[in-house]
Design a protein around this ligand. Structure first.
Ligand code: CO
Length: 217
């Protein structure tokens, strides 16, 4: 495991390598930020947005929190979205969950961990809203996987219902929202097919994604 000194040294070597590959790399980044993507993902250390997508600095604007939750009163997440959509004019918002999410597991099992329980209550709400469908999923692992997927599907709907996205769509801005899930065990991203580029599309995609058998592995 890297210690702090190594981390700083790694940074020095990385900056040198980047400059060797492209002498104007940092100068260009310093002058303008034009990412195409906004990533809303889990804080989990095993799911780093840039690394798993091969995106370079400057290509993805990132918001991460425990269990990739989008709450309509979360000023932090809303501010990130508003800045990304209105100012940076990103074209795609990716909500990315992951299998094996500890936050989702805590919500699934009603674990008590401390302050974070209040945050994870939002995932418990997802669990409760889909109690019937969850009851039909057999096996602890499969239930955990499914709640990870349902949580993404639900958060994509939340993104599409924010004032930020509704206003962008109503003024004709081209922007879409997508729901992906990452598997730590094989490093692969999967599309949950809940993407949309309009309010009607978002409602349709949500209903479609919840149909039994859809989006389940
Ligand atoms: Co997680």
């Amino acid at each position: 495991m890297a210690d702090l000194r190594e981390v700083l040294e790694n940074n020095r070597l990385w900056a040198e390598r980047m400059r060797a590959q492209d002498s104007a790399f940092f100068e260009r980044l310093a002058s303008i930020q034009t990412p195409r993507f906004l990533w809303i993902g889990c804080s989990d250390s095993r799911v780093p947005a840039n690394q798993i997508t091969g995106l370079e600095p400057g290509e993805v604007f990132v918001h991460r929190n425990v269990a990739n939750v989008v709450v309509h009163t979360d000023l932090n997440c809303l501010s990130v979205m508003q800045f990304a959509v209105d100012v940076l004019r990103v074209r795609d918002i990716i909500v990315c969950g992951h299998y094996g999410c500890g936050g989702v597991q805590a919500a699934l099992e009603g674990q008590r961990l401390g302050l974070v329980d209040n945050w994870l209550r939002h995932v418990e709400d997802v669990r409760d809203a889909h109690a019937e469908a969850m009851a039909g999923v057999k096996g602890a692992e499969a239930r955990w996987d499914r709640l990870c997927e349902l949580n993404v599907i639900e958060q994509v709907l939340h993104v599409s219902q924010t004032t930020v996205l509704r206003e962008a769509w109503s003024r004709g801005q081209e922007i879409a929202v997508h729901g992906w899930i990452y598997a730590i065990r094989d490093g692969r991203l999967r599309d949950l097919h809940v993407g949309a580029d309009s309010p009607a599309g978002a409602a349709r995609a949500y209903t479609e994604a919840l149909r039994p058998g859809v989006a389940q592995r």
